[in-house]
Design a protein around this ligand. Sequence first.
Ligand code: GLP
Length: 255
Amino acid sequence: MTIETKNRKVLEFGSYQQACEYVADTIANLIRNRHQEGRGCVLGLATGATPAGVYKCLVKKHREGQTFAHVTSFNLDEYWPMNMINPQSFNTYMRSHFFDEVDMKIQNTYLLPGMEPLENIQQICSAYEDAIETSGGIDTQLLGIGRNGHIAFNEPGTSFQSRTELVDLHEQTRKDAAATFGGLENVPRQGITMGIATIMQARKIILMANGKAKSSVLYQALHGPVTEELPASVLQLHPDVTVVMDKECAAGFLK
Ligand code: GLP
């Protein structure tokens, strides 16, 4: 089922696998189109359980001949402090799910660092913003949504004008990550994240939500008031958003 408005497409798929295949196809088409225009493409990438299946599909495409040699990527966020070789780091996630499996050039994969000392963070964040701009800007940004409506690590209450910065993680976000870290006490209290204004500058956004647990927050984000209390609601103001959900998420969503 597809619901389409001026700036938004909402797509429901029969399974998570189909949703991931759709997103991977969209990315492959973008790469092809940019290639025909004689230029590379810039992707904004996300981590978490939701996009994992998309990376699997993209790796499969690579084994079947798809090249990523002209792709530049910017990841949304990283825990802080966090050693990049730690299994829970988003750096590790990206290498093991994607970068190590395809032909991307490592110098074209931008990730936020988890181990920089506090006094360097501001400079690192503004260099990240500069790198996005220098790349020509993000063509397509992949996004998930937290159960409290966060996007990247932009928690409820974050200004819609925010830029890449060090932020405090919401208790809900830390609790949701606790199992991966072997206990809440091991989950970092902060993260470095692309800002909301940074994300909103992407030319196209694909928001993925999977399973019942995301239904009500996704519904609120798309149909409720646009408010900083629900960061994902800012996407109502973006000119080109595609929402991709599986049928479990859609079942609760439509009630
Ligand atoms: C984390 C990430 C977000 C992600 C969210 C949902 O907090 N910083 O970018 O969208 O979790 O993750 P999941 O897809 O695992 O539900």
